[in-house]
Design a protein around this ligand. Structure first.
Ligand code: ZN
Length: 175
């Protein structure tokens, strides 16, 4: 954890558990620090009996979005479009509010809310807090199929040594 992360009062400059930032779910570009990131999801209307939430995602905050010049909402949800689709309401918070020890507690508290699917929450927690996971997650399926690692945890969970092995393997594939 870098120095910024130890200062719980301002995590906007925190560059993630491996110092490489995060990858935007919308544009695929790097979110350099927590201040440039945005966590968002769509809360479904409870009266429809469809109580829940969809599309938990990590994207660029509008001012930092590479798409801000070409798309009205940058990488963030288009609230009107999503509402028209299924009357869902945008819920969102800055990425820095989910970093550090209190940020982790904040994410864990969302399990009690029971709206966001738990699998999506687990993935988001690992993306924000587990070193190497954000990039390794893009290669796990292929790396496992090719026998690079043989995970011995339930599906979707990975030890640091496996994350490191997958990242090294992915780096070699690029050459
Ligand atoms: Zn983006």
């Amino acid at each position: 954890m870098n120095v910024a992360a130890e200062n719980e009062t301002d995590l906007r400059h925190y560059t993630g558990p491996d110092g490489r930032g995060w990858i935007c779910d919308n544009c695929g570009e790097t979110i350099k620090n927590a201040g440039d990131g945005w966590v968002q999801w769509l809360s479904l209307p409870s009266e429809s009996g469809n109580r829940g939430a969809r599309d938990l995602s990590l994207v660029h905050h509008f001012p930092a979005s590479p798409r801000k010049g070409s798309r009205e909402h940058g990488c963030q949800f288009d609230e009107k479009f999503e509402f028209r689709k299924d009357r869902s309401i945008v819920c969102d918070l800055s990425l820095d509010s989910f970093c550090g020890a209190d940020g982790l507690m904040h994410l864990l508290s969302l399990f009690a809310d029971e709206k966001i699917p738990h699998g999506d929450l687990l993935t988001m927690i690992m993306r924000i807090h587990t070193p190497g996971y954000e990039r390794a997650r893009l290669h796990f399926d292929r790396a496992i199929a090719e026998g690079v690692v043989e995970p011995n945890l339930p599906e979707g969970f990975h030890w640091q040594k496996d994350i490191t092995a997958v990242l090294r393997w992915a780096e070699r594939q690029k050459r």
